[in-house]
Design a protein around this ligand. Structure first.
Ligand code: GLA
Length: 403
């Protein structure tokens, strides 16, 4: 058993009717990225091995595995699709992507959307051609292909422009960077096609303060993730204090999911996914979809956890307190509900020295009835209750009517 509630579990029969009713109420809206974007991106698992066939396979698997039904929409091509520009400045695709329009049509035929990658410099991070001096041209081409999402990665712009034009003036460098993102934001808007604009510049110059004004729907808040507990947990800890910047149409992006990658254990995958949902983070899976293991699929398609991420209030969760290596996070949800996450970043908390939950610190008064979103069972949270949490595991509870 991954965690134990040591006080008696309330014998209330669980009902998910309230959750279902909340979902049904969500009115259709035209705001782009009204809730954090959900999809899959090629980079974290396939990196430069991405090609047309792989993107089609990912789209097929999004449907076959039930990910599409669970809410995943975007199939995003990351770096390494680019060749060189022709005499007219038109960026060609390389041999891995023979016909981008046909690929976009294929992804759309599955009821999904498609994303692409570029950057404001001469080169992408992988050393492929990027958009400097061709912003409008590239944006138009994406729109003609039917692209729905652009990840725009700073990379060589730092070397090509910022360091060249303002070698000793950091503030001037940052202004150049903001202007470059503004330029692409305008170019995308001018196409008339709704294209989600994802800023990838690792959180420089407090991007969360200026990205929404230039049309950014999400912005990376840190450097790259990798499929290790330490990196995931470091990034998670760096999100503290950013909660007020997230909201419908504009989201903090702690980077794409590593669920199912590397040597992350089931508990670690569960915690990673839970916490990205608590953060109202974009949920962009980055695993090998055609070979997805059942436990990974169960995590990525847990609808109760996805409902936390996609909650229509769009309020990012916050760390309320830590006790040693146990962190307690809370997220306010639509209709007055709350989600509570208790995460053990350290070693096991055995029955001999369990963690004691302090409900008062969460602004809650007395016993709370909720749903454990990983077991599906009704739980009663009581003041000072002892919890036995396995290392790197999490207790994630939704309380519909907190007191
Ligand atoms: C950067 C980004 C990654 C990925 C690679 C591709 O490192 O942060 O997410 O897009 O570039 O080269």
């Amino acid at each position: 058993m991954r965690f134990k509630v040591l006080l008696p579990v309330a014998a209330l029969a669980f009902t998910c009717l309230t959750t279902v009713a909340l979902r049904a109420q969500a009115a259709p809206s035209k705001t782009l990225a009204e809730t954090p974007p959900m999809g899959w991106n090629s980079w974290n698992y396939f990196a430069e091995r991405v090609d047309d066939k792989g993107i089609r396979a990912a789209a097929d698997q999004m449907v076959a595995t039930g990910m599409k039904d669970a809410g995943y929409v975007y199939v995003n091509i990351d770096d390494t699709w680019e060749a060189e520009r022709d005499a007219n400045g038109v960026l060609r695709t390389n041999s891995k992507f023979p016909d981008m329009k046909a690929l976009a049509d294929y992804v759309h035929s599955k009821g999904l959307k498609i994303g692409i990658y570029s950057g404001p410099g001469t080169k992408t991070c992988g050393g492929y051609a990027a958009s400097l001096g061709h912003e409008e041209q590239d944006a138009k081409m994406y729109a003609e292909w039917g692209i729905d999402y652009l990840k725009y990665d700073l990379c060589s712009f730092h070397r090509d422009v910022m360091e060249k034009q303002a070698p000793t003036d950091k503030a001037a460098q940052m202004k150049l960077m903001v202007a470059a993102y503004e330029k692409m934001g305008k170019a995308l808007k001018a196409t008339g096609r709704p294209i989600v604009f994802s800023l990838c510049q690792y959180g420089w110059d407090s991007v969360w303060e200026w990205a929404p004004a230039l049309g950014g729907n999400l912005w990376r808040t840190t450097g790259d993730i990798d499929p290790t507990w330490d990196r995931m947990y470091t990034i998670l800890s760096q999100q503290e204090g950013l909660e007020s910047y997230a909201g419908p149409g504009h989201w903090n992006d702690p980077d794409m999911l590593e669920v199912g990658n590397g040597k992350l254990t089931t508990a670690e995958n569960r915690t990673h996914f839970s916490m990205w949902a608590m953060l109202a983070a974009p949920l962009l899976a980055g695993n090998d979809l055609p070979n997805m293991k059942p436990d990974v699929k169960a995590i990525l398609t847990n609808r109760d956890v996805i409902a936390i991420d996609q909650d229509r209030l769009g309020k990012q969760g916050r760390r309320v307190y830590s006790d040693g290596e146990v962190d307690v996070w809370e997220r306010n949800l639509a209709g007055g509900a709350v989600a509570i996450a208790v995460l053990n970043a350290g070693s096991d908390r055995y029955v001999t020295h369990p963690f004691h939950l302090d409900l008062a610190k969460l602004g809650l008064h007395g016993a709370q009835t909720g749903k454990d979103l990983w077991t599906g069972k009704t739980v009663e949270l009581t003041e000072n209750m002892p919890l036995e949490l396995a290392s790197h595991d999490i207790l994630l509870v939704r309380v519909e009517s907190p007191k």
